[in-house]
Every structure is written in C-alpha cells, then in structure tokens.
Ligand binder design. Structure first.
Ligand code: WTA
Length: 712
C-alpha cells in the first residue's frame, strides 16, 4: 500500500508560459481497495492471461476478440487498415448491422426478456418494460416510417430527444437503415440544435413534444421551431419535423404544429403496424452516428463514429469493464444526449443482450433517495454515474443509500476527475463496501473507455482512473514529445500511442481539423503509414504514478468541463459578444464543489455604455439561447478592461485566478497590469458579500487554473 508521498516534484513554473505539461504535481498517494473475492469469482475478466492477449505484440489482431462478440454478415479481411493515416479503418471488408446486433439476434433466446426498463420521472407513474420482442417491433415499425419518408443509408438525421424509450428506438431504427443519427442533448437550446442540423446537413429533425424534468412537464417542441429557424439562417432547410408525443394521442406542448412540416410520429406509425424492415448490411467503416462536442473554436465538432469498430469496442468494454452479463440489470444514469449514453446505455449493453435502465428525470427528484429507490425496486446490480451526480447526492442525502435494500456488484464513475473523499463516499455508502468501482477516463472522440483498470484484476485507487484499457497503450508526453516516465511526479499531455476500434473516424466535414487537433502535435512524419508515428493527443493533462495508474488532471485546452460536460470558451464568448453593448468577453472556469467546474464570464463594454444588471441579464439570456441552461454562467462580471498582453491577447489565466482566489502569477508582461488589482477588488469583494469564497485550492486545481488559456 502506497502511503508515501509521491514525487519530489519540481516547483511550479512561475512564468506566464507555464502549461499543465511543465507544472509538476505532488499529492498524497491514496491507498488501494482490492476487488472483493465474490466479484472476482464471477467477473468476465479475472484471468490475467487477458492482459497478454492484448499486449502490444498482439496488436491489432487482439481486437478480434471484441469484434467476435458481434454477428457479422461478412467477415473482415483486414483488422486494421492503415493506408490513409490517421483515418484508420477497422475490420475493413466486414459487413454488419448495428440494429440487428442490438435487437434481432437476441430474439432466439431472450425474446421476452426486458431490453429496457424506462422509469418516468413522476414517481407514481408505472415503468415501461420493453422486451426484446417489443423493441424489435417498435424499431421495425419506426424504420418503416423513416424508409417511407425516403431516408436512406448515409443520410443524416438530427434527433433532439429527452430520456424516453423512443430515443433508443429512433437510434436503432436509423441504424437499421444505415441512416446516420446525430442526437443533440435535450437540454441544449433550439439554436444549438439548429447549428448541429446545419453542420450535419440534416433534412429531418426528430423531437418530442414534452418531457418531465424536476417535476415540470417542459414544452420541448418550442425548441424545434427555433432549431429549424437557426438551421435556415445557416442555409440548411429542414423538410420534416417528426414529433413523438410523451403521451401518445395527446399533445403536451403549447407550440403549434407547422402545417406540412410537422408530423406526429404516433400517427405515422399507425400505417406501419407489424412492418418488418430488413436490416441493411453496412460496411464496418460506414458511419453509425455523429456526436457533437466542443472544441477550442466556436464551431462544434461532429465526431463521426463507425459501425463495426465502434460497436465492437463498446461491446468489448461493456463486457470486461462494466462486467455486464446477460442476466444483469444495468443502470447508467447518464443522458443519451452524451457519448456515455450512446455507448453505455444503448449500444454496449444492448449488443450484449442485457437489461438497460433509462430514467427520465433528475436524480434528486422528488428527493435524494430517488436513485436508491429505483435501484431497490428494479434490482439494479450495476450502477454508472458521474462525479457531479455523486457529489450532489452526497451533499443532499449523505445517509439515503443506507435506507434502501439494493446491492451493487459494480459501479462506474465517468466524465470528470473524482476527488478521493467523494470516491470514498461512493465506495462505502453507495456501494456499501460490496461493489467495485471502475473510474473510466475517455472522451466523445474515443467512443469508449481508454483509461481504466479491469475491475477483477486491478485494485481500485481513489482519484486515479487506473492503467490503460486493454489494447490501448497510453503514454504521457511533454511539450517536446518526450515521454514522461511513470513515478516521476511530473504531469504532461496524455496520449494513446496506437489506434483502437472505438476511435472516431473524423470530424464531420472538417478532416483537416481532425488531423490538426488530435494528431499534428506529436506526428513527426505526415507521410508515414505506420500507426506508431501517429499518437493521439487527447487534450488532457495527466500524471502516472509508479504503479502505472493514471490520474487525469483536466483539460489543457480552452474547454471548461461543467458537470462532466464540455463547453468551449469560444462558444461561450461568441455568444456573449452577440450582445450589442459587449466589446470583449472571456469565459473562465471556477472550481465548484458540486459541479466540478462552473463558468464565469468577464465582459467589457463598448464606449458609451456603463455596467447594469440589464446588460448582465442580456449576456445570460444570450448564452442560454445559444447553448442552453447548462452553460449559464454563475457570475457575469462587467469590468472596465480585460487584462491583456502587449499583443492584445486576453490573459484568461489572470481572471481565472481572480475568480478562484488564486495567485494571479506574473503580470509584469501585461500591457495594463493596473487593471488586475481593480478587477480583483471588484470580483472578490462581491464574492465575499455573496458568500462565494471557495475553499483553498489543491495543487492540481491551482495548476489547472495557472494553465488555463495558455493554448489559445
Ligand atoms: C474528462 C465523456 C477524469 C476529460 C466520456 C475528458 C475525465 C473529457 C474522466 C471528455 C475521468 C472524462 N477522470 N476526467 N474518469 N472521464 N473526463 O467528451 O477531461 O464529454 O477529456 O466524454 O472529460 O468529455 P466528453
């Protein structure tokens, strides 16, 4: 057990050039928790021989083991085609259908087993239990609707749907036809959805009239009208808006339907009762879906995921890391609007033929015992959530789990670094000391987990995601591309030295950006056809302990991770700049004990305007309209001027430090150093009077703030 203090780290660099990669970190090494023997006895991966099978000398053929979990119409001829790096082709020559693999093939044995159990938010409403047979019927009927509307393999369709069973049904119906779905998180605004419609070139929007959130039945259809309008402004016409009804036959939105454009799905379905649609056999490298995520420029990135590689990877990782057996009841409390829900609510668990639970609402509605009541009632034995949800449930109901009689064998955490204290509550109180925890590090881009330990073979260590996932060779590099050895106590940029089947194929419509953002940094020879020359740059800072476990420190680019969701600073800033009075805007992260990070916005005004609550309100509204409530800044500070370098670049590090009560560092290189003290006084005295003074930052948090904005 490592109780010693790790790393005699070098001093944090004081220079304004310092980045995550040059800042050393030192923290107290946490103790290990071994997996319980009862877990190991039943685990899908308990024999260490699996590590040898996935060792580098067996790459890439080792991934046959994942692909063999699926049914293929045609077997592939090349496991990894590297002829056009870094546009990798996995299982080239193979053909399959994702909908067939998630639905049809389970009928022979499990026709009447629950594929999904949907829990509506109102607690008195009954669950919907959807068997594989019923899922088959619904997917086929809706695929028949889509086919009749003229949709074909390769077309893109945007979905803007809440957490209802109709969402996986829609995804699987698209997949059945080879239609590429692009689901946008329902909490995003209509404008954000419209931007994604335009970017993907979708002629169809599929949405729902309303859904429950924190006790209210929200009008969701209103966002469809905004989305269509926003897409039109970018030159994309939407021909049809298909509207599922939360209560079929009854319209729950106030927003009128648009004649000729909007149609109720339940009415279309009536003409296709009992329809059967042959699954279209798709090439392994055909795109299955797009998932948009934020980057450093304003334009979101449509991460394109493949059919064969992606589905193999999520099936394999669901089996070995989620430890899903067909008889398990598995509940991932994420939203299908994010990559976690695609991979680990829909595609992974259904490919394995298990029972996956979907919950419509907020975790603490009507009270903090809700998740544990659901777990008890349904007999959930695998539970998956994010640090933000864990922190929140710990804060509002620290003793609730003990009141309910549920027993998890396995739990997952994903999306942000988890503090060891919070981890221990998850382990002891939620898991009752009986369940293993897999801390899974990955990204929208990676399709599935790439940093995490096999739960039956590796002890858990709070705050670390563990070693690299099977068949992925992670390495930390410094700014020059030199490896940082494990146990050195130094942080750097985490990279994957090799491709894996789940990696995204490209950014939709922006192949150059795909190469420049993720590969250019460490590629030494753009003509090389050898995968070894193309390390994947993830954009996260990390440090590797002597035991080989990775600890993820956070983003090194201008992305703010709010409650596990990535928001681009440029997106936030361009939204603020759309307010007429605003001259300059800068978004910075503020450490938050529940949501991990929250956004604070600094704006300066054009000459002739003075600060007012109205302008603050306008900025807030602009951000909610352009992005969604999730991005709403905690504070908007209207400042006399932004701290700037002599070349005019806003020093985000300085204002980030101010908002977090951290040391602003060296400001002698600023063009206007005098403004720093003014801003500090304005912001910090307001925070004092609002009771918003944060606890002291840890060293890694301080390092993150120091590094913020250094890339931009
Ligand atoms: C962060 C979510 C620490 C990281 C699946 C990454 C994590 C970003 C972890 C991706 C983890 C994700 N520990 N940090 N276990 N998992 N992250 O694309 O900064 O929404 O780059 O994918 O979340 O967020 P995304």
């Amino acid at each position: 057990m490592a109780e010693d203090v790790q790393g005699q780290a070098a001093e944090a660099s004081e220079s304004s050039e310092s980045t995550e990669a040059t800042i050393a970190v030192h923290w107290r090494e946490e103790g290990y928790y071994p997996p319980p023997p009862r877990f190991i006895g039943q685990a899908n991966a308990s024999d260490p021989a699996i590590l040898d099978r996935f060792a580098e000398e067996n790459f890439p053929e080792c991934f046959r083991e994942y692909a063999d979990l699926l049914d293929w119409d045609e077997y592939w001829h090349t496991t990894l085609d590297t002829s056009n790096p870094p546009f990798w082709k996995w299982f080239a020559g193979g053909k399959l259908n994702a909908s067939y693999n998630c639905v049809d093939r389970h009928l022979a044995r499990d026709r009447n087993k629950a594929a999904m159990i949907w829990v509506p938010e109102p607690e008195d409403d009954a669950d919907a239990v959807i068997t594989y047979q019923e899922l088959y019927r619904r997917v086929n009927e809706f695929a028949a609707v889509l086919r009749e509307l003229g949709l074909q393999a390769g077309d893109r369709v945007t979905l803007h749907m809440p957490m209802v069973p109709e969402l996986p049904v829609t995804m699987l119906a698209c997949a059945r036809l080879g239609v590429v779905h692009s689901q946008v998180f329902a909490g995003f605004s209509g404008a954000a959805c419209g931007g994604r419609i335009a970017d993907s070139g979708s002629k169809f929007l599929i949405t729902m009239d309303a859904y429950y959130r924190s006790g209210d039945l929200l009008d969701h259809k209103v966002k469809a009208d905004e989305a269509v309008e926003a897409a039109r402004k970018e030159g994309q016409e939407v021909d049809k808006v298909l509207v599922w009804r939360r209560f079929p036959g009854q319209y729950s939105a106030k927003t009128p339907m648009v004649e000729g454009r909007d149609v109720f799905v339940d009415e279309l379905l009536a003409d296709h009762k009992g329809a059967v649609v042959e699954p279209v056999s798709m090439p392994a490298e055909a795109p299955l879906f797009l998932m948009y995520t934020s980057g450093t420029t304003g334009r979101p990135k449509g991460c394109q995921h493949s059919t064969g590689g992606y589905l193999s990877y999520v099936a394999g990782t669901s089996k070995f890391y989620q430890d899903i057996h067909p008889e398990d009841t598995y509940w991932c409390m994420a939203d299908i609007g994010w990559i976690t829900g695609h991979s680990y609510i829909v595609y992974g668990p259904l490919a394995l033929g298990t029972t996956t639970v979907l919950y419509e609402g907020t975790p603490n509605y009507p009270d903090a015992g809700r998740p544990w009541r659901i777990a008890e009632r349904l007999g959930v034995n695998i539970f998956h959530t994010s640090p933000t949800a864990i922190r929140m449930l710990r804060k509002v109901g620290p003793d609730e789990p003990a009141k309910y009689n549920y027993h998890f064998k396995a739990m997952t955490t994903v999306g942000e670094p988890i503090e060891p204290e919070v981890y221990r509550w998850y382990y002891n109180t939620v898991g009752k000391g009986e369940a293993i925890i897999t801390d899974t590090w990955w990204q929208t881009e990676t399709g599935g987990f790439i940093g995490t330990g096999l739960p039956g073979l590796f002890a858990m260590k709070p705050g670390s995601c563990g070693p690299a996932a099977l068949g992925v060779y992670l390495q930390i590099l410094d700014e020059n591309g030199d490896p940082i050895p494990k146990g050195s106590g130094k942080a750097g940029n985490i990279t994957a030295r090799n491709p894996w089947p789940g990696i995204f194929q490209t950014i939709w419509g922006q192949p150059d950006r795909f190469v420049s953002t993720y590969f250019a940094k460490y590629n030494k020879d753009p003509d090389s056809k050898d995968w070894r020359d193309w390390p994947y740059f993830a954009g996260d800072g990390a440090v590797q302990a002597a035991d080989g476990y990775f600890r993820i420190l956070g983003r090194v680019d201008d992305v703010i991770n709010v409650a596990g969701h990535r928001l681009g600073t440029k997106e936030l800033e361009s939204s603020a700049l759309s307010v007429q009075e605003v001259a300059e805007a800068a978004a910075v992260p503020v450490i938050d004990d529940v949501r991990g990070r929250v956004v604070e916005m600094y704006v300066s005004l054009k000459p002739g305007y003075s600060a007012s609550p109205e302008i603050e309100g306008k900025v807030k509204t602009a951000i909610e309209t352009d992005i969604g409530k999730i991005a709403r800044p905690k504070n908007i500070w209207i400042v006399p001027d932004m701290p700037k370098t002599r070349s005019g670049k806003i020093m985000r590090r300085v204002i980030a430090a101010t908002s977090n009560f951290a040391d602003v560092g060296d400001i002698t290189t600023l063009a206007n150093p005098e403004v720093v003290e003014k801003i500090r006084h304005q912001v910090q005295s307001a925070k004092h009077s609002r009771g918003e003074v944060p606890r002291e930052l840890s060293e890694t948090e301080e390092a993150e703030i120091m590094a913020f904005g250094s890339e931009g």
